[in-house]
Design a protein around this ligand. Structure first.
Ligand SMILES: Cc1ncc(COP(=O)(O)O)c(C=O)c1O
Length: 388
C-alpha cells in the first residue's frame, strides 16, 4: 500500500463514470480513464479549439516532449527514445514494415501473439520471402521456463527478429521477457516486445531490459484516453524505423527533435489523448503502482479460484505472479463464445471477453482499481447460470 495515497479503496470506483449495476471486467481490451484524466483531455481540447494555430504550431511540440519525458521516467529510459503513437498496432507496423528481411531469413514468434500482429508478420514475411516460425506455447503451462525454452529452441543463425508478448492477449500469460532478452543478448537477432498489456501492469525498465523495440498501448492498463500508445526503439535502430503512414515528418517547419518527428507529425490529428498521458501516470502513481498491481492481482487470483470451482472450468497456469498479473484467463466448456459474451454483457451486466483462439472456449477477466470482490461474485454467479 502507498502510505501517502490520498485514495481509500471504497472511493476508487467513483473516479470512473460507470453506471450503477455494471461490472466492468474488461479493462484489458478497452480501459476507460478516470475522471481526472478525462478532465485533463478536455482542457487540451479546449486549448486546441480556442486557437488551433497557437496550439498546433507553438504549443504542441514542447507539450509532446513533456509526454515523452514523463513516459521516459516511468519506463526507465530517455524520453527522446519514445515515439508517441496511436496504439500498439501502429508501433508494430512501423517496425515490422521497415525491417529489412531477405529470402531465407527467419522471424520467430509464438502462437500467443495477438491475431492482428500475427497477420502483419505473416504478410511481411510472405512479401519479403522470409520464414515465419510460430512456436506453440504449451497450455496448460506448468512453469514460465517452458515458454523460454520453446522460444530459444526456435532461434537459429538465420533469425532476424523475435517478437513476443510481455503479457499475452487471449491467455493473459506473463512472458519471461527479461530472461528471453538476457539469453538473446549475444545473438544478432533483434527482439521486439509487444507490451500492449505490459505497460503499467508490469514494472518495465527499458534501459536494462535489453530488447530492441517495445510497443505499448496507453489506453489499456495505464488508463490514458483511447487512441494513444508508444513505440520505444533502441538508439541504434532509430534511423531505420519509418511510420506506416508518411506525412511531413522531418520536413515540417519547426524544431527538429530527431527520429520521432516522423511519427509526431503524421498529418493533422487529435493529440489530446497523448497529451493526457502524464495525468494518467500521475493518477496511478498517486494511488501507488504496487497497490494497483496487488489489488488487480488479488482479484484476478480470486476470479481464477472461484471460476475453477464451476464444472468444466480449468486453469491455464499455476497460481503465481510470474504467470499472470491483473488479468487472468480460464478454459470454459465449449460453445458459442460470442453469444456467451453478449449474454453476460446484456443480461447480467457483466462485461468480460470470451476469447476463442483455438477450438476451445476461454474467459478472460481483467481487474483494475475500480473492481471489487462483488464484481467477481457477480461474474461467477452469471457464468454458473449460463453454463447450467
Ligand atoms: C498483445 C496485444 N498486442 C497488440 C494489441 C493491439 O492493441 P491496439 O488495438 O491498442 O493497437 C492488443 C490488443 O488487445 C494486444 O492484446
Amino acid at each position: 500500500m502507498n502510505e501517502e495515497s490520498p485514495f481509500c479503496a471504497e472511493e476508487l470506483r467513483d473516479h470512473w463514470s460507470f453506471p450503477p449495476g455494471l461490472s466492468y471486467l474488461n479493462h484489458g481490451s478497452f480501459g476507460p480513464s478516470p475522471r481526472e484524466v478525462l478532465q485533463c483531455r478536455a482542457q487540451w481540447l479546449h486549448q486546441m479549439e480556442q486557437n488551433p494555430m497557437r496550439f498546433y504550431t507553438r504549443t504542441l511540440a514542447p507539450a509532446l516532449e513533456q509526454v515523452q519525458e514523463a513516459l521516459g521516467r516511468m519506463l526507465g529510459c530517455h524520453g527522446r527514445d519514445v515515439a508517441l503513437m496511436e496504439n500498439t498496432t501502429a508501433g508494430v507496423n512501423a517496425v515490422v514494415r521497415s525491417l529489412p528481411l531477405e529470402p531465407g531469413d527467419r522471424v520467430v514468434t509464438t502462437d500467443q501473439t495477438y491475431g492482428a500482429v500475427l497477420r502483419l508478420l505473416q504478410q511481411e514475411c510472405r512479401r519479403q520471402g522470409a520464414e515465419l516460425v510460430v512456436v506453440p506455447v504449451p497450455l496448460p503451462l506448468d512453469d514460465p521456463e517452458q515458454i523460454l525454452q520453446a522460444v530459444l529452441q526456435a532461434v537459429d543463425e538465420r533469425t532476424r527478429l523475435v517478437l513476443v508478448d510481455h503479457v499475452s492477449s487471449a491467455a493473459a500469460l506473463v512472458f519471461p521477457v527479461e530472461e528471453i532478452c538476457r539469453r538473446l543478448q549475444d545473438h544478432p537477432t533483434r527482439v521486439f516486445i509487444d507490451g500492449a498489456h505490459g505497460l503499467a501492469m508490469r514494472p518495465v525498465n527499458l534501459d536494462t531490459l535489453g530488447c530492441d523495440y517495445y510497443a505499448a498501448t496507453c489506453h489499456k492498463w495505464l488508463s490514458a484516453p483511447f487512441t494513444c500508445g508508444l513505440l520505444w526503439v533502441a538508439p541504434q535502430h532509430q534511423g531505420q524505423v519509418q511510420p506506416a503512414v508518411l506525412s511531413w515528418g522531418h520536413t515540417f517547419p519547426g524544431n527538429i527533435r530527431g527520429w520521432v518527428d516522423e511519427f509526431h507529425w503524421r498529418g493533422t490529428y487529435d493529440p489530446s489523448p497523448a497529451l493526457s498521458i502524464p495525468q494518467a501516470i500521475r493518477f496511478l502513481q498517486s494511488v501507488g503502482w504496487e497497490r494497483f498491481r496487488r489489488h488487480g492481482h488479488e482479484l484476478a487470483r480470486m476470479a481464477r479460484a472461484e471460476l475453477c470451482r464451476l464444472p468444466g472450468v480449468e486453469p491455464l497456469y499455476p497460481d503465481c505472479e510470474d504467470c499472470f498479473g491483473t488479468m487472468v484467463t480460464v478454459r470454459i466448456p465449449p460453445g458459442d463464445a460470442l453469444a456467451l459474451q453478449h449474454r453476460l454483457g446484456r443480461k447480467h451486466r457483466v462485461e468480460v471477453i470470451v476469447p476463442n483462439w483455438t477450438s476451445d472456449r476461454f474467459l478472460r477477466v481483467s481487474c483494475h482499481l475500480y473492481n471489487t470482490e462483488e464484481d467477481i461474485a457477480r461474474l461467477v454467479a452469471a457464468l454458473r447460470e449460463e453454463l447450467g
